[in-house]
Write a protein that binds this ligand. Structure first.
Ligand code: IMP
Length: 427
């Protein structure tokens, strides 16, 4: 069986956590390959709500292995808190959680710099989650990062921290005119994290390649979404990793050949949190309705999400970039009662009609959406379990999305719980 990837097809928050949890019974191993604690994957099981920032969403299935690959940036303190909270719910985790030694750590100074940079009056503000993601990936690219292997070795940790904190203190005090950080304090904290996590640290890439050789089924769980990808998203209003399926091979240490089945997850409408172009954005009553009924508030930061209609050219772009085999369309239930539902089918830019998504951000910023409206539905969809039982107008809306994006649906989600789901037979 080929490996499966589950990727956000929009600006993140598409409901990937629920989808991963739903299909994890078919997996042996669930792997995160990028991002960090900026993610917030919400999973509801038997009425109990879990929000995972770093742990793969497969952890709720006993017996499944969970991996944080080398492409993830790990805030060790947040990870330990998350592990402890999870184990406090009576579920065992440590024997089935593996952390790549090559994954980089998010250190307290990364978070400090992230927030200082965002708080500046001059320059571009991205509206980051403040989780230190950009500065941690910057250190990785600068070759000054601290990897998990360094974290668990006190001598290496001390040497790297000495150099890094001295440099970062120059930046903090001179450029941002803020207070310096204390290297001894950070070292003590980080040494404790290293001791706690050491038993789970290993060469996960080799382990995953061995798993593939023995026909284990791997699931790659994306965080964020294609439009937030550092190269292919709305740069500079993006996160700092490859959050489309192009990042899987590098971020997990497996050959690109192994990624067999690609599932793109999208909401039946769009949301975006943070700054940056969002052509389908709505303001007023419909946006407020979507935000309230869809609980569109950031799982990591609590910020209200910007809401808009489903953006067809953006989803088609995501599908062509990743090569999606199927779509999971989530939150159809949230659109009940709107009267009419819209799709953005193109953009008008400087008077010209564009049916394809423009990758140059200033063009996207200038884009006016071309919206086509369809009849909506009023029914509560939570108990619907088959496509045929959906209201005809809802089926027509799903068919418009899939035919315009050019990818069939595999899963339709009609509520937050595991069983609020319609699965295509072949999915
Ligand atoms: P960062 O990843 O914290 O650096 O934030 C960069 C941009 O990505 C900001 O606009 C964030 O709001 C956005 N972002 C990061 N993680 C997520 C996520 O999990 N869901 C939605 N947006 C995200």
């Amino acid at each position: 069986m080929p490996a499966t990837s589950v990727i956000g097809a929009q600006w993140g928050d598409e409901g990937k956590g629920k989808i991963i949890d739903l299909i994890t019974d078919r997996a042996d191993v669930v792997v995160r390959f990028q991002g960090g604690a900026n993610a917030g994957h919400t999973v509801i099981v038997d009425g109990e709500k879990f929000v995972f920032h770093l742990l793969p969403s497969g952890v709720l299935h006993p017996g499944k292995t969970n991996v944080l690959g080398n492409g993830v940036v790990i805030d060790p303190g947040t990870l330990i808190d998350e592990i402890e909270q999870f184990e406090a719910s009576g579920r065992e985790l440590m024997s089935r959680l593996w952390i790549s030694g090559a994954a980089h750590c998010v250190m307290p100074y990364h978070k400090r710099v992230d927030n200082l940079r965002e708080g500046r009056k001059a320059g571009i503000t991205i509206g980051t989650t403040g989780r230190g993601i950009g500065p941690a990936y910057a250190d990785k690219a600068n070759r000054t990062g601290i990897r998990m292997w360094d974290l668990v070795d006190a001598d290496r940790l001390r040497a790297r921290l000495e150099a890094n904190v001295a440099e970062v203190n120059e930046l903090i005090t001179r450029v941002y005119e803020s207070d310096p950080l204390d290297v001894d304090e950070i070292f003590e904290l980080a040494r404790g994290w290293g001791e706690r996590l050491a038993p789970s640290v290993r060469e996960t890439g080799r382990q995953l390649r061995d798993d593939l050789k023995t026909s284990k089924h791997l699931f790659f769980e994306g965080a964020q979404g294609v439009m937030l990808d550092i190269d292919h998203g709305t740069y500079p209003f993006v996160t700092s990793s490859h959050c489309d399926s192009l990042g899987i091979a590098a971020g997990a240490g497996v050959s690109p050949r192994e990624i067999g089945h690609q599932l793109g997850v999208c909401k039946a409408y769009c949301t975006r949190v943070g700054a940056g172009p969002f052509p389908s954005e709505l303001h007023g009553e419909v946006a407020d309705r979507l935000r309230e009924s869809g609980s569109e508030f950031g799982a990591t930061t609590g910020r209200p999400r910007r809401c808009g209609w489903f953006d067809v050219p953006a989803a088609r772009y995501a599908a062509s970039l990743c090569g999606f085999d199927g779509l999971a369309i989530t939150k159809l239930d949230v659109m009940s009662g709107l009267g009419e539902v819209g799709l953005v089918t193109g953009y008008r830019i400087a008077g010209e009609v564009h049916e394809e998504y423009p990758v140059d951000t200033p063009m996207l910023e200038a884009a006016e959406p071309i919206v086509t409206m369809f009849a909506g539905w009023d029914e509560d969809l939570g108990d619907v379990r088959s496509y045929e039982d959906l209201p005809a107008t809802c089926r027509a809306f799903v068919a418009e999305i899939t035919s315009r994006v050019g990818v069939p649906w595999e899963i339709l989600s009609v509520g937050p719980a595991r069983d609020n789901t319609i699965m295509r037979e072949t999915a």
